[in-house]
Design a protein around this ligand. Structure first.
Ligand code: GDP
Ligand code: IMO
Ligand code: MG
Length: 449
């Protein structure tokens, strides 16, 4: 039995959903702990493609309990349409449980998100415009509506009577927008609440009981480490805590619940939205990394925006290993590198202000403005006449591809336990058991002669 956290080690879209789907097979409970409908998760299973924003990717296995924890924010329209869509496709959603403490994204949050982005002009964050920042802001300001309020018509009306006039002042006077009508919002959202009611639970208490019965619990992070509100590239971040520590807060368990933390990273780097990206590239190699024209082309699942692409950044990954306490990594999209002549990895940064070299990310938030990546070039495996996408075991991998994996393990000092070579379930090579196999050796445990 083991309780495991899955966390994105970069700027999101690392292929978390594919790995969660894979590991869900042996889990009893899958718990999403933060974020909202800003997430876009794609799973390819049984020859079909499924896209999720809120529902945990483990839903595709019958009989699992799929929870959406208290640290998430829920757009009722989005979750209901996801539920309908899955039901239409024959997926059993009876195991879906939503925390009564999760906050609700209301229509004014989405309008305010858009208006704030417009007001920021050239300083915009490039949000997904799903109302995420304003929903979490209301939660912190203690002005939020929670799932338990949404399913209680009296409580919902009480809250809206106070909140709608307040939001209308903001909409009209600050942004020059049309006000919202209390009755229209109430009628629409009370109906959503009644539809969602059978799925609302005290999820933290259920997890506690499940742990007593020695069930396997998989905690699913959305977004990624560098988008974390506290530990990411602030202010170009999301408004929640995707890092592993967020799993405890966002699902209501203590830190001693967690047995293992698995980080997911692409074999290169992508980012959607604004903000620093030291290893970003354009040109011929960028087209290959973006996988233009393929079914897995780097286009945001939620917003349809082209993802920015670049080389793998070991400095940022070392940071992700530290901030999350990662035990091991799953490396995805190795197949995308098949067509490259040469592959580059940023192993350190040079500070352009003083020439100093950094292997780890310093705390200064403006540092990345002055960080020049220092690359190590590796030979591609294009000429080996073998595609990593066809590999089903480590022996099948092109030699160059395996060397790349081994090189990363060495410079990052962490085991890579899973290598993903394509979007489908079958295109996965498990090098070591990610849950019970080897994990990062702590420095204090290294025996020096
Ligand atoms: P998430 O947000 O971290 O769950 O990742 P997304 O689902 O947004 O983006 C990952 C995309 O890459 C999806 O389209 C996946 O189907 C696809 N994908 C995942 N793993 C691999 C892989 O190893 N190779 C390729 N070519 N595509 C992959
Ligand atoms: P998954 O779970 C990639 C980015 C947005 C923007 C910033 C803030 O699929 O990995 P927000 O709407 O959250 O206020 O936007 O965060 N962002 C993501 N980027 N993957 C995601 O989720 C993201 N969710 C938010 O593009 O830069
Ligand atoms: Mg995604």
């Amino acid at each position: 039995m083991a309780n495991v956290v899955i966390v994105g080690a970069q700027w999101g879209d690392e292929g978390k959903a594919k790995i969660v789907d894979l590991l869900s097979k042996n889990a009893d409970y899958i718990v999403r702990y933060q974020g909202g409908s800003n997430a876009g998760h794609t799973v390819n299973a049984n020859g079909e493609k499924y896209k999720f924003h809120l529902i945990p990717s483990g839903i595709l296995y019958p009989g699992k309990v799929c929870m959406i924890g208290s640290g998430t924010v829920i757009d009722p329209k989005v979750i209901l349409s996801e539920m309908d869509h899955l039901t239409e496709r024959g997926v059993d959603i009876s195991g879906l449980q939503i925390s009564a403490a999760a906050h609700v994204t209301m229509p004014y949050h989405i309008i305010i998100d858009r208006a704030q982005e417009e007001m920021r002009g050239s300083k915009k964050i490039g949000t997904t415009v799903r109302g995420i920042g304003p929903t979490y802001a209301d939660k912190s300001a203690r002005n939020g509506i929670r799932m338990q309020d949404l399913i209680d018509p009296t409580e919902l009306l009480e809250k809206l009577k106070f909140l709608i006039p307040e939001k209308n002042i903001m909409l009209e006077r600050l942004f020059g927008l049309e006000p919202l009508e209390l009755d229209a919002v109430y009628q629409e959202y009370v109906a959503y609440g009644q539809r969602l009611r059978p799925h609302v639970f005290d999820t933290a208490a259920i997890i506690w009981q499940a742990d007593k019965k020695r069930k396997n619990i998989l905690f699913e992070g959305a977004q990624g480490t560098l988008l974390d509100l506290d530990h990411g590239t602030y202010p170009y971040v999301t408004s929640s805590n995707p890092v592993a520590g967020g799993a405890c807060i966002g699902s209501g368990v203590g830190p001693n619940f967690i047995d293992r933390v698995i980080g997911i990273t692409k074999a290169f780097t992508t980012r959607v939205g604004e903000g620093p990206f030291p290893t970003e590239i354009s040109g011929k190699d960028a087209k290959i990394l973006r996988a233009e024209g393929t079914a897995w082309e780097e286009i945001g699942t939620t917003t349809g925006r082209a993802r920015r692409v670049g080389w793998l950044d070991a400095v940022l990954l070392r940071y992700a290993i530290r901030i999350n306490g990662l035990d091991c990594l799953a490396l995805t999209k190795l197949d995308v590198l098949d067509d490259l002549d040469a592959i580059y990895v940023c192993n350190s940064y040079k500070d352009l202000r003083n020439g100093k070299t950094y292997y780890e990310l310093p705390a200064e938030s403006n540092f990345l403005k002055y960080a020049q990546p220092e690359y190590v070039g590796l030979m591609g495996w294009k000429n080996e006449g073998k595609s990593s996408a066809d590999a089903r075991c480590v022996e099948d991998l092109p030699k160059g591809a395996l060397s790349y994996v081994k090189y990363l393990e060495k410079i990052l000092e962490i085991p890579i336990t899973i290598v993903s070579v394509g979007p489908s379930r079958e295109q996965t090579i498990v090098l070591e058991d990610p849950i019970h196999g080897p994990k990062r050796v702590l420095e204090s445990e290294v025996v020096t002669m």
